[in-house]
Design a protein around this ligand. Structure first.
Ligand SMILES: NC(=O)c1ccc[n+]([C@@H]2O[C@H](COP(=O)([O-])OP(=O)(O)OC[C@H]3O[C@@H](n4cnc5c(N)ncnc54)[C@H](O)[C@@H]3O)[C@@H](O)[C@H]2O)c1
Length: 325
């Protein structure tokens, strides 16, 4: 019997890509999403249950009726800037919503979860590449909401044997290589889609700071292709189904690209100039955020296969063109 997985937030960017990879790998999938930020069309027909994470009763019923074996929990709000304006909204959605899901899981006796965490857990890290041993010290409400859920999961591991793999993603990017799913956030805060939008609209995009202590003065980030990210979730599930322990892993490539390198790559793939202006630094933006993913590679045998900048750009651009048709 194939394992049955509940994917929360599966109408969103990473959740929809992961759903496709799970189906390709032979898993059976049910998606739980309230469509507050996701897209119904991103979910394969028949899989979507429109439900809010705060609805513990409904989640319990779905877990039980659908005979779910494990949960991948993507459902959350994700915009750092917004989280600093509306922290109460972020803690309610991301923390209280996750606790509601966990309560439903305990009641339904579903004891395996893969949780979407973030590099924002590290705040302003003291080194780069960043290993998981770097202390959690978020500097925004979004990052704090994710660390709070990690802490909850520690307690439920200890007290209820709820096994969890927390994946701390760096910058998710790119689209499904077969162009079945891709990035479509509203509000959009991510660099690559913003660069595409600037080309389409002619409205200059602001690059935040070119005086950082990096080779070209712009910030360096670790871009991980969404298909590689999805595969990390499948590796995490396999570990949990094999009886593996709770664990935390960074998901990145270990190689960073600067904002300017990303802009050059967008111009190369589109053959067009990106209208842009240089703005001041954004508060709380570290010069470089690059993952040390040695633990994920060695313990779960994961390796990125699509995360070179050229593949990221080619797939993201194919999706952007298709998405705006
Ligand atoms: N995109 C990135 O670069 C990145 C980096 C690190 C971590 N993450 C984490 O990955 C996860 C997915 O990110 P994404 O980029 O796919 O975001 P997304 O906004 O595209 O998807 C999130 C989905 O969750 C749903 N959702 C939100 N709150 C809900 C609720 N209360 N009940 C039911 N559904 C709800 C939304 O409708 C949406 O479909 C998030 O948890 C995010 O924090 C993303």
């Amino acid at each position: 019997m194939p394992h049955r997985i509940l994917v929360t937030g599966g109408a969103g960017y990473i959740g929809s890509n992961t759903t496709l990879q799970l189906l390709d790998a032979g898993y059976e999938v049910v998606v739980a999403d309230n469509l507050s930020r996701g897209h119904e069309a991103a979910v394969p027909p028949g899989l979507l249950r429109v439900v809010d994470m705060h609805d513990t009763e409904r989640l319990f019923n779905i877990l039980q009726a659908e005979q779910i074996d494990a949960v991948i929990h993507f459902a959350a709000y994700i915009a750092v800037g917004e989280s600093m304006k509306l922290p109460e909204v972020y803690f309610y959605n991301n923390v209280a919503g996750s606790l509601s899901l966990i309560r439903a899981m305990l009641r339904a006796d579903v004891k395996k979860i893969v949780f979407s965490s973030t590099a924002a857990a590290y705040g302003m890290p003291s080194r780069s590449p960043i290993p998981e041993s770097e202390p959690s010290a978020p500097i925004n409400a979004y990052g704090e909401s994710k660390v709070m859920v990690e802490r909850l999961l520690d307690w439920f591991d200890q007290l209820h044997q709820l096994r969890s793999v927390r994946l701390r993603y760096f910058n998710a990017s790119g689209a499904d290589p077969a162009c079945r799913a891709g990035e479509d956030h509203e509000p959009e805060t991510h660099l690559i889609p913003l660069l595409f939008r600037a080309i389409e609209t002619g409205q200059p995009v602001t690059l935040f700071g070119d005086d950082y202590p990096t080779p070209d003065g712009t910030c360096i980030r670790d871009y991980i292709h969404v298909t590689d990210l999805a595969q990390a979730h499948i590796s995490a599930l396999e570990s949990l189904f094999a009886g593996g322990p709770s664990a935390t892993y960074n998901v990145g490539t270990g190689a960073g690209y600067s904002v300017r390198e990303v802009l050059d790559a967008v111009e190369a793939v589109t053959g067009r100039k990106v209208p842009h202006v240089i703005g001041p630094r954004r508060e709380g933006d570290p010069p470089a955020l690059v993952a040390d993913s040695t633990r994920l590679r060695t313990e779960l045998g994961w390796a990125p296969r699509h995360s070179d900048l050229k593949t990221i750009m080619a797939t993201a651009w194919a999706w952007a063109q298709r998405a705006h048709k």
